[in-house]
Design a protein around this ligand. Structure first.
Ligand code: HEM
Length: 475
């Protein structure tokens, strides 16, 4: 026995030496980590603001190749892009990569929101959210979304000549979220929620460099106010549910409360409901409003495409009797309009890219990425790759006529894998319903014809996209 232990103790250091030597043979990717803490953060933020982020990244690719290291927001980072990179990020489980968000996300949205969860916990909470966000469930809410769109156009577009699209689309998407997800009707409670929410969202994606401390603190305080309101809302909805008073039009909160175990105990905790409802508010607000804003911009610049969308939507409107609601079946017919939306997201994806963190030393593309480093994957660059999308600068919805023929992992505006956007169908319905109403009731002209938009981190067109509108049919 002693001999075996002695041999083991002798061999152990040799084994460890060999492992370490193997690891050191692999190189970390080329590039520089720059000045400590700051690294390349300022350069990238500047490029995002100046709408030159793609060029900034392309210069890196020219200099170091498709995989390079840099330092972003105080952490060593590896930048990757392309089909293989997307596949790697979307198919790696939480024993390899975990989600990585700025500390501000955890502070404002809470540590039980999906972005902070991994593995089994992530799956359990995500499945609960998807039970409401899946098409089978959302089908029933097309009419409710339509009602919000109608009221929005009546109050914010009717009798106006010039409007700014982005702020209005933000108002609309927030109202849709309040109505469908929280069952919060129009009135003082909803107005108060908007007030706190607008302050809260300012700080969510912030890092110390881009938001002054005072404003971040205001955002943090607003998050507490939103949480207080949600707590009260949950109390009311739990009472309604337990006493069978819930209306047939369930909202997300009631749906989460209704997920029960064997002894009727709630399976999603109150904290998880609050944190995830706040995440949904944030995740579904900027993204969809930006998508609709960019569609409006592209339709104004491409009259032929506007005409084709109008034709498709008129065909649907014409078979409706006055006041009849849109249905799921109508949305299924809006194939061309959705292709326009897909092409818009190819060229102007609301989400530019995102971060993950390595859980252990990993090998990718022949390089070593050490444990604890960030991975910065950028989808926007893959969408403009001319070897995948011919003439990538051309706005051409026809390229999605046969989207099944697109090789996988190349067009990923909603991400992929275990963290693929659970709000995909929700975003699709609100986009199609809104565009239906816009094209069948208005024509418009851009007031700012420049092509500029900054990324903050989502794309924001100049002055929020002012347009001149002309009604073509009464609402
Ligand atoms: C055009 C609209 C939208 C786009 C382009 C979009 C895009 C994305 C992307 C790319 C991700 C994955 C990020 C990653 O893997 O790191 C994501 C995640 C997410 N999205 Fe969306 N989204 C949109 C609308 C929505 C809506 C309307 C909701 C809610 C109703 C929503 C809720 C979420 C949530 C909760 C996550 C986190 C999922 C997880 O970590 O498991 N999104 N979205």
């Amino acid at each position: 026995m002693n001999i075996i232990v002695t041999i083991f103790l002798f061999l152990l250091p040799v084994f460890l030496l060999l492992v370490r030597r193997r690891r050191s043979l692999k190189r970390v990717p080329p590039g520089s980590l720059g000045i400590p803490i700051i690294g390349q953060s300022l350069g990238m933020l500047r490029a995002m603001k100046a709408n030159t982020a793609e060029k900034w990244l392309e210069e890196r690719v020219q200099r170091y190749g498709p995989i390079s290291k840099l330092s972003l927001f105080g952490k060593p980072t590896v930048f990757i892009y392309g089909q293989a990179a997307n596949k790697f990020v979307f198919t790696s489980d939480c024993s390899v990569l975990t989600n990585q968000q700025p500390q501000s996300v955890k502070m404002i949205l809470g540590d039980r929101c999906l972005l902070e969860l991994n593995g089994e916990d992530h799956k359990r909470v995500r499945d609960a959210l998807v039970s409401f966000l899946k098409p089978d469930c959302l089908k029933r809410y097309v009419g409710k979304m339509e009602e919000e769109v109608r009221i929005h156009l009546e109050t914010c577009w009717k009798d106006k000549q010039i409007i700014k699209v982005l702020p209005l689309m933000k108002t609309l998407t927030f109202n849709i979220i309040c109505s469908l997800l929280f069952g919060l009707e129009r009135g003082s409670q909803r107005d108060q929620m908007v007030h706190y929410f607008e302050q809260m969202i300012e700080g969510v994606w912030s890092i110390p460099i881009n938001l002054p401390f005072m404003r971040f603190n205001r955002s943090l305080k607003a998050s507490k106010d939103v949480q207080k309101m949600l707590k009260q809302l949950i109390l009311e909805k739990r009472h309604e549910f337990d006493n069978n008073l819930a209306s047939s039009h369930q909202d997300l909160i009631t749906c989460l409360l209704s997920i029960r175990g064997e002894n009727n105990q709630e399976l999603i905790s109150e904290t998880e409901i609050i944190h995830n409802v706040m995440l949904i508010m944030v995740a579904g607000y900027d993204t969809s409003s930006i998508l609709i804003t960019f569609i409006v911009r592209l339709l104004a610049k491409n009259p032929n495409i506007y005409a084709a969308v109008l034709k498709e939507q008129e065909e649907i409107a014409q078979i409706k009797s006055p006041g009849e609601s849109l249905t799921w079946e109508d949305l299924v017919k809006m194939k061309y309009t959705w292709r326009v939306a897909m092409e818009t997201m190819r060229m102007f994806p609301p989400v530019f890219g995102n971060f993950r963190q390595t859980v252990k030393d990993i090998e990718y593309g022949g390089y070593l990425i050490p444990k604890g480093w960030q991975i910065f994957w950028v989808m926007a660059k893959t969408h403009m790759d001319s070897s995948i999308f011919q003439e990538p600068e051309k706005f051409d919805p026809a390229r999605f006529e046969n989207s099944a023929s697109l090789p996988p992992y190349n067009f990923v505006p909603f991400g992929g894998g275990a963290r693929i956007c659970p709000g995909y169908e929700f975003a699709k319905i609100e986009t199609l319903v809104t565009i239906h109403y816009l094209v069948t009731h208005f024509t418009w002209k851009l007031c700012c014809t420049d092509d500029f938009f900054s990324r903050d981190p989502m794309p924001v067109p100049t002055q929020g996209l002012p347009i001149q509108i002309v009604p073509t049919k009464p609402l």
